[in-house]
Design a protein around this ligand. Sequence first.
Ligand SMILES: O=C(O)/C=C/C(=O)CC(=O)CC(=O)O
Ligand SMILES: [Ca+2]
Ligand SMILES: [Mg+2]
Length: 416
Amino acid sequence: MPETTTCWADLPADTPFGLDNLPYGVFTVRGVERDRPRVGVAVGDRVLDVGRAARAAGHPALARTLDGPDLNPLLRLGRSAWTELRGMLRDWLTDEDHRETVEPLLLARADVEMHLPFHPGDYVDFYSSEHHAANLGRILRPNDEPLKPNWKHLPVGYHGRAGTVVASGTPIVRPRGQRLPAGAGAPEFGPSARLDIEAEMGFVVGGAGTRLGEPVPVEEFRDHVFGAVLVNDWSARDIQAWEYVPLGPFLAKSFATSVGEWVVPLDALEEARTAPPERDVELLDYLRDGAEQGGPWGFDVAMEVRLNGERIAEPPFASMYWTAAQQLAHLTVNGAVVRAGDLFASGTVSGPEPHQWGSLMELTRGGREPLKLADGEERTFLADGDEVVITATAPGANGSRIGFGEVAGRIAPARR
Ligand SMILES: O=C(O)/C=C/C(=O)CC(=O)CC(=O)O
Ligand SMILES: [Ca+2]
Ligand SMILES: [Mg+2]
């Protein structure tokens, strides 16, 4: 990637959407009736209509993959096409010769509506923060070891529900289900009373996909992953507690999983790459992720969680024990296929300090110690009308800052 040259468009100083980021999303223009959702790239506080830019630059085939309504066709093109397009974007945005055609294709962010950026065929969620896993173990299983014996030998995960992966801003209807009231002998049915968030980072699969029986080794991570996106894995703790023994989460997490508006390309995260925490058990060969395997694949991403506008947590993604490259290697080691558009999420991101915990379950010690909010309100779990917004930034090339935008959701009352 060439060094940053200046964009002819005036980018706000310190923008998290500079030329070293260029994340992809899907947009329509507000107020245009039946506008087609299509691919956009964030540039400063504007959004570039990339398909039209590609067409104007004489790349009609590429333009067709960007005409929408999701990133999936672009994801299928694979690593070399992504790199080529990234180079073209920089060219279009820095070379005065392109200004006349490209500038009218930059729309104010305020004038566009963002949509679900990709449609996952499969969605997996891991459980890869040691701090989160140990915190939940201590809260839920106080008489056991906080971590199960398998935890440091493999990235524990479960298959989620791809069809309820929703765009940032989608209202989250409080789920109803079975839960066992404390001390009761039989379950009751009703709206979840312990609705929680999980602040996570997701990774979006790209390329030709794998064939049945073909694993993706850690070494090939870069060829199979397009980029990263914010995730909020809404979780109904009361439904979960009753249903998930012994097979794992089912309805407690399948009602909605929100993803961020922008997918940040792996290329934009080169500067943020960092070594994961020291491993204290010897890993099986397929999970090794040292320099010989092209690692490390940890990322120094600083996340923030806001509840009704007030910051309640700052989860550090760099503290995750298992990396996305290990997760992908593990999820395919049995020969399961991955396809372009698939999403696998990190699991709740929690750091060592209490203000770094990525779920209300942890922040309120299992609902026993309510959070006191600035407006005088208290929360254990989410109330109807609450809005949760998760944001993140990472260090970028040339001293820049890489923004992930946000993943937002407001709780709507349960259906009656
Ligand atoms: O340890 C438990 O009993 C429950 C764990 C979770 O609910 C966490 C989960 O779903 C995975 C994650 O986001 O880390
Ligand atoms: Ca989760
Ligand atoms: Mg979910």
